[in-house]
Design a protein around this ligand. Structure first.
Ligand code: LLP
Length: 423
C-alpha cells in the first residue's frame, strides 16, 4: 500500500502522520487518501483503454454504495467518472458531488415510484430494471409525465460468482435480475410499452470476485443475448458489465490483474459497437482508506489476549457480517526483534461478535496506542450505525498533504435532538 507508509517509524497517509490526524480529529476516524483513489481509477481506465483502444466508448460509473461521501465521489467526478446509484439518496449525492446525470445509471431491485420519478426528472443515462413489474411502473410514471425512460434489463445469468454468499448476486436463487431465459420476451414486451426506450443490457453477478471464470461465463451470456436482441430488431447502445472486481485484503487473497480483466472484456466485447459501462466500487475505494482507532486497554482472559479499541462493529461491520479479514497494523512501527503476541482486536460493543480481527501479531501495544484497520475505504463508513448509542465517526481525506474533514462526527446529542418522549 504505497499511500500508507511508515516514515520515521510512524504510519503516514501520503505525507501526513496518523498522529497528526488523531490530534485533529480524535479516534475512531476513517481516513482516505485522495491520491490512492485517483490512482485506482486511472489504473482501471488505463487498462481498459489500452486493451479496447481509445475509441471504444466506455463509462466507468463508480458504484457509490462502496463509499458515498460526496468528497470521494467528487474526486472521481474530476476524472470523468460516472456513478452507479441505487437509491434517491445516492442519486442526490452523485449529483451534489458534480456527476452529470447523463453519466449516472440507476440500479436496484426495489426502486420506489418516487425514486423512479426523481431519476426520470434528473435525466439519468439508464434505468437498470430488475422486473417486469418495475418496467410497468416506470412506463406508467413516464407516460403520466410525458417523458421517455431509457432502460436496460439486469439479466440474472444464474452464475455462482464466488465471494461470500451474502454478496453473490448472480445465482438463480437470489432476488436479482430477470432470468436469462425470459430476457428476449421481456425486451419484446418493453418495446410495446409507451414511455420506454430500450437502450441497453445490464449484469452484475456479485462482489469481491477474485477469479475471471465467472465473469467469462456471464459475459458469454451477455454476448449471446446481445446478438439475439439485435437480430430481433432491438436497439442496444449500452452494455453494463456491473462491478465485482475483487481486491486482495491480505496476502492470502490473490486476484486477477486489471490487464487480465480488460483483456477478457476486449475478447468478448471489443468488436461490439456499444458503450461499455463498468460499475466498480470496492476496487476504487477499498485500499484507499483505513480506520484509525485507539487502544482503550489490554485485557487477558483465559488463554486470550484482547486489545479493546475504540472502534467497533458499528463502525466497521464487515468482519462481523461476512467474517471479512481486515489487516490491523500499529501506527507506531512494530519492533520486529521483540516477541510477538497473538491478539484479538475487539470493540467495546456488548456482543461476542464485536471482533475486528481474530488474529493479529503485534507487540508492546498499550493503552493510548493507535492502530489502523486496513482496506476500510469501501463498505466501511457507509455500513456504519450508531448501535450502542455510539457516535457516527468522522471521515477525513488526505489531499495535497492536508487533512480535510469530509464528514463531521455525528454525536449522541445530534441523535437525541431527533427523539422525543410523548407528553
Ligand atoms: N453494481 C451493482 C448493481 C451492485 O449491486 C454492486 C455492489 C456494485 C455495482 C459494486 O460492486 P463492487 O465493485 O464494489 O464489488 N457490503 C458488501 C458488498 C456488497 C456489494 C453490493 N453490490 C461488502 O462489504 O463486501
Amino acid at each position: 500500500m504505497s499511500n500508507f507508509n511508515y516514515i520515521n517509524e510512524i504510519l503516514h497517509i501520503d505525507n501526513v502522520s496518523a498522529l497528526d490526524i488523531e490530534k485533529k480529529c480524535k479516534t475512531p476516524v476513517y481516513v482516505y487518501s485522495e491520491s490512492r483513489l485517483i490512482n485506482n481509477f486511472k489504473k482501471l481506465e488505463d487498462a481498459l483503454t489500452s486493451k479496447l483502444g481509445e475509441n471504444h466508448p466506455k463509462l466507468i460509473a463508480y458504484s457509490v454504495k462502496a463509499n458515498s461521501n460526496i468528497a470521494v465521489i467528487n474526486v472521481l467526478n474530476k476524472l470523468n467518472s460516472g456513478a452507479d446509484v441505487v437509491s434517491s439518496g445516492e442519486l442526490k449525492r452523485a449529483i451534489k458531488a458534480g456527476i452529470q446525470s447523463e453519466r449516472i445509471v440507476f440500479s436496484g431491485v426495489g426502486k420506489t415510484a418516487d425514486e423512479l420519478f426523481l431519476a426520470l426528472q434528473s435525466n439519468v443515462l439508464q434505468f437498470n430494471l430488475e422486473s417486469i413489474e418495475e418496467l410497468e411502473k416506470l412506463s406508467e410514471i413516464a407516460v403520466e409525465n410525458n417523458m421517455m425512460a431509457p432502460i436496460a434489463f439486469r439479466i440474472n445469468p444464474d452464475i455462482d460468482a464466488g465471494g461470500h454468499e451474502k454478496i453473490a448476486t448472480g445465482g438463480s436463487n437470489t432476488k436479482f435480475g430477470i432470468p436469462f431465459s425470459q430476457a428476449l420476451e421481456s425486451y419484446n414486451y418493453a418495446k410495446t410499452l409507451s414511455g420506454i426506450k430500450i437502450v441497453g443490457i445490464d449484469i452484475h453477478i456479485g462482489s469481491q470476485i477474485t477469479e475471471l471464470d465467472p465473469f467469462e461465463l456471464a459475459f458469454n451470456k451477455v454476448v449471446l443475448l446481445y446478438n439475439t436482441l439485435i437480430t430481433a430488431g432491438h436497439n442496444i447502445e449500452n452494455i453494463d458489465l456491473g462491478g465485482g472486481i475483487g481486491v486482495s485484503y491480505d496476502k492470502t487473497i490473490s486476484t486477477f490483474s486489471l490487464d487480465e480483466y480488460a483483456s477478457l472484456v476486449k475478447k468478448k466485447f471489443g468488436s461490439i459497437d456499444c458503450k461499455l459501462i463498468f460499475e466498480p466500487g470496492r476496487y476504487i475505494a477499498a485500499d484507499a482508506g483505513i480506520l484509525l482507532t485507539k487502544v482503550i486497554r489490554n485485557k487477558e482472559s483465559y488463554d486470550n489476549c484482547f486489545i479493546v479499541v475504540d472502534a467497533a462493529m458499528n463502525d466497521i461491520l464487515r468482519p462481523a457480517l461476512y467474517d471479512a479479514k481486515h489487516e490491523v497494523i500499529s501506527v507506531k512501527e512494530i519492533n520486529k526483534n521483540k516477541e510477538f503476541v497473538d491478539y484479538q482486536i475487539v470493540g467495546p460493543i456488548c456482543e461476542t461478535g464485536d471482533i475486528l480481527n481474530k488474529k493479529v501479531y503485534l507487540n508492546s501495544i498499550k493503552e493510548g496506542d493507535l492502530l489502523a484497520i486496513k482496506h476500510a475505504g469501501a463498505y466501511g463508513a457507509v455500513m456504519s450505525s450508531q448501535y450502542n448509542s455510539r457516535d457516527l465517526i468522522p471521515e477525513i481525506i488526505v489531499a495535497n498533504n492536508n487533512i480535510n474533514i469530509i464528514r463531521k462526527r455525528i454525536t449522541i446529542e445530534d441523535f437525541l435532538s431527533y427523539e422525543s418522549i410523548p407528553e
